[in-house]
Design a protein around this ligand. Sequence first.
Ligand SMILES: [Zn+2]
Length: 273
Amino acid sequence: MSELIEKRFEKGGRYFVSPQLEMCPHVGHGFFTREGGVSKGIYESLNFRYTGSDDKALVEQNFKRAAEQIGGGFDHIVRTCQKHTDIIEVITEDKGEYRQVGVPGGCDALITNVPGVVLAGFYADCQLILLYDEKHHAIAAVHSGWRGVANRILAKTVERMGQEYGTQPKNIIAAVGPSICRRCFETDDDVKEILFEIYEDQVPDYFYKEGNKWHIDLKMLTYSSFIRLGVQPYNIDMSNMCTCCGEEGLFWSHRRQKESRGVHAGMIMLKKV
Ligand SMILES: [Zn+2]
C-alpha cells in the first residue's frame, strides 16, 4: 500500500494521483482538491457541487479543467448521483454528452470499459475509490462513506465488473482518495452497531471508544475489504490524508463545514490508445 502523490495544474493547484495508476499508459485519473478552479467565495476554487449556490457556469469550467487534466473532454464526463446507495451503473457507450446517471434512484458507483468516458465521483469526507482492471481494461469510480462501507458497495462493484468484463480481483489496481480519518469519524452507538454486525471480526483493530463516542477506521475497513476480495496489497494505493483535520485550504469537509462548502471530484478514464 502506497500513499498518493501530489501533482499540480499548470496554472497552480494541487491534486493527487495513485503512483501505480499513474504508471498505466491506458488510464488517466486524479483526486482533485479545492485548488485549481474558478469558483469564488465559500466555493473557492475547484468546486464540483451544483446543489449549492455556486454559479453553474463556473462549476462547469471546473469540470472541464479537471477532465482535461486527466486527458479527457468535458462532454464525455459521466457523473454519479450519490445517495449512499449500492446502485452501480454500467456505462456502455460514449454518448459524447455531459451527463449524470441514476436519477432519481441515485447511483454511487460507475463502471465502464469504453475508452474516452470520464467517470466522476464526489467526496467531502467520504471515500472515493477508483479501480482499474489492467487485464480487461475496465474502470470504476465508487463513492463509499460509512453507509457504503455498510452496504458493501466496493465488493458489489468488483463483483459486477466480474460479470460484465471478466474482472478478477488479482488484476485490479485500486486507489482511495483523501477521506475522513478515524480520529475525526466520531459516531454514536447506532452507526457502530450497523458496522459491528458486518465487520465483527475486525472490531478490535478498527473500532475504539473515547468517552461515549465511537471512532471507526473506515480507511482500514476498506483496505481490509480489498484484501478479502483478493486484491493484491501492492496494488492498493490509499491516501492517509484527512479531509476533516487536514489542511483546510486544501479540503472540503462535510463534518467540519456542514453545508457551507463545495465538493471534491475524483475522475478516471480509459485512454484511446
Ligand atoms: Zn481527521
